[in-house]
Design a protein around this ligand. Structure first.
Ligand SMILES: Cc1ncc(COP(=O)(O)O)c(C=O)c1O
Length: 381
């Protein structure tokens, strides 16, 4: 199987897996215990925290470990609104479900919630943001750093300036940005930032919310003082240690990976254009992370392509929401026609992706497309 779906999840690097196993074998203590076994576990926890903080150039004390990006996003929105007394939330029209759903939940509790539109490339413009904040009182704004489908990079520093100018607070879902582009807490200018371990080579079950020191959060669960009371419950030390190791590795290798991805994606998209002149590559003219290409072949169904490619030994993503046949909300927000959006396929590269895999993918896609078109021709009569 050739795996080209790294925005869904990534394999765990061997050295990270080895570190996790070692952690479970020899450092099983509870970080809250005061004896030596507990103190050793706490030291490992704090080392992991420092590594995750370094990934975004923040201070370790700002890092609240979670189970992943979904929990970090929920804690950011619900925890902030409940603790800070802010009654207005705005989020971009291309946010992940783990931002949209807690925002909807807050709306059901009487919070004033609305979407910020994006331009046809999927970007939030400072003007659109300013318009959505005009005349509003204190507002929590949520805008992702990088979109999981298109790979589009938002100009977070510029947007943060608009939010601050309006006296608001900015949460940034950086789940798809970490490890793909450099992230710097100070330069971003946000108040809350979400991360997920399994998107950058860590085991599942690890994420983090990085929090400005001036921000209070109401925890989602109650029952303990862990993570300075913000995320009670005994720490998932193996996963979080793995997150720390993967974060350090991703940071070290990021410039090299990014250069390779640029070359591989150039090869992929040139090959797509040569073999399928009708191909539409979404957000092509916007800044995108180098590992992601999201495209559609008019008249073909993305789900059918994904399944046929799977049978041929290639794992890619589609634009539909969890196989429910609904076209991508991201593409709809960008004003892409429903029929074209239905055909979207996402290729996302990983640390180990190679040129030979791209060539094999292009060959397989050509074969699959001609088979599906023949079949459609027969069925269509
Ligand atoms: C942009 C974005 N935010 C949040 C999440 C959720 O992260 P997790 O799978 O760690 O809960 C994802 C996962 O697909 C994502 O792509």
């Amino acid at each position: 199987m050739i795996y080209l779906d790294h925005n869904a999840t990534t394999p765990v690097a061997p050295q990270v897996a080895a570190g996790v196993v070692e952690q479970m074998r020899s450092n099983f203590g509870n970080p809250s215990s005061r004896h030596g076994v507990g103190r050793a576990a706490r030291a490992a926890l704090e080392e992991a925290r420092a590594r995750v903080a370094a990934l975004v150039a923040a201070e370790p004390v700002q890092v609240v470990f979670t189970s992943g990006g979904t929990e970090a996003n929920n804690l950011a929105l619900k925890g902030f609104v409940h603790a800070m007394g802010v009654r207005r939330v705005r989020f971009s029209a291309v946010e992940h479900a783990s931002v949209r759903a807690p925002a909807r939940f807050l709306a059901s509790q009487g919070v004033d919630v609305a979407e910020i539109p994006v331009d046809p490339q999927g970007r939030v413009t400072p003007a659109a943001l300013a318009q959505s904040l005009a005349g509003a009182g204190p507002t929590l704004v949520s805008i992702m750093a990088v979109n999981n489908e298109t790979g589009v990079i938002q100009d977070i520093p510029a947007l943060a300036e608009v939010v601050r100018h309006h006296g608001g607070w900015l949460h940034c879902d950086a789940v798809q940005a970490a490890g793909k582009i450099p992230l710097d807490w100070q330069a971003l200018g946000v108040h809350l930032l979400s991360l997920s371990g399994h998107k950058l080579g860590a085991p599942k079950g690890a994420g983090a919310l990085v929090v400005d020191k001036a921000v209070d959060l109401e925890p989602l669960c109650h029952g303990g003082g862990q993570e300075r009371g913000r995320r009670p419950g005994t720490e998932a030390l193996p996963a979080w240690v793995g997150f720390g190791l993967a974060a350090a590795l991703a940071m070290e290798e990021q410039p090299v990976r990014e250069r390779r991805w640029h070359e591989l994606r150039r090869r992929l998209e040139a090959g797509l254009r040569r073999r399928f002149p009708e191909v539409v590559i979404f957000s092509e003219s916007a800044p995108r992370v180098a590992n992601t290409s999201f495209f559609a072949l008019p008249g073909l169904d993305g789900e059918a392509l994904l399944l046929a490619l799977d049978e041929a030994g290639f794992a890619v993503g589609s634009g539909s929401a969890c196989g429910r046949g609904e076209p991508s909300q991201v593409l709809q927000a960008m004003g892409v026609e429903r029929e074209l959006a239905q055909g979207a396929v996402r290729v996302s590269l990983g640390a180990e992706s190679e040129a030979a895999e791209i060539e094999a993918f292009l060959d397989a896609l050509e074969a699959v497309v001609s088979r599906l078109r023949r079949f459609a021709g027969v069925v269509g009569g």
